[in-house]
Design a protein around this ligand. Structure first.
Ligand code: ZN
Length: 148
């Protein structure tokens, strides 16, 4: 199965895991949620700053494997400026792609580099972790965030 490792660790994934975008605590965030993946040791917190129904800004912090970090990095870049319903559609399409390897719709853009992850079932949770944290952060939008 590791013949596909080159596909899995594509240039984009390596780049984003080494130099994650939107990394760090987000001042003024009005939603956040932490996600943990004990199987791998990934621990990601997603911060969102909502402007009505729109994601005005989004960041993440935490530790994790290359897939977990790269997924959070690409996700935050893809979701900045998106509305809540758009984010939900991307969540569903990304989830389906990560499980089947098939990207539905043409809205996934850079997110589609993770299609190869479906060949590695143990990595699916790594790639989905930040998305589950995002969903929780969006649902808890009215709770103030303490940044120190
Ligand atoms: Zn992981």
């Amino acid at each position: 199965m590791f013949d596909d490792l080159d596909d899995l660790y594509q240039q984009v994934i390596l780049d984003h895991s080494r130099s994650p975008r939107n990394f760090g605590v987000l001042p003024g965030a009005n939603g956040r949620a932490q996600g943990r993946n004990p199987l791998c040791g990934d621990n990601v917190t997603v911060f969102v700053k909502m402007d009505g129904d729109r994601i005005d800004d989004i960041r993440f912090e935490g530790t994790g494997c290359a897939i977990a970090k790269a997924s959070a990095s690409v996700m935050t870049a893809a979701l900045k400026g998106k509305t809540r319903p758009e984010a939900r559609v991307l969540f569903d399409h990304f989830h389906e792609m990560i499980k089947t390897g098939q990207a539905r719709g043409e809205d996934l853009g850079k997110l589609s580099v993770f299609a190869g992850v479906h060949k590695f079932p143990s990595r699916v949770k790594c790639a989905m972790l930040c998305w589950h944290a995002l969903a929780a952060a969006l649902s808890g939008r009215n709770e103030p965030v303490t940044t120190e």
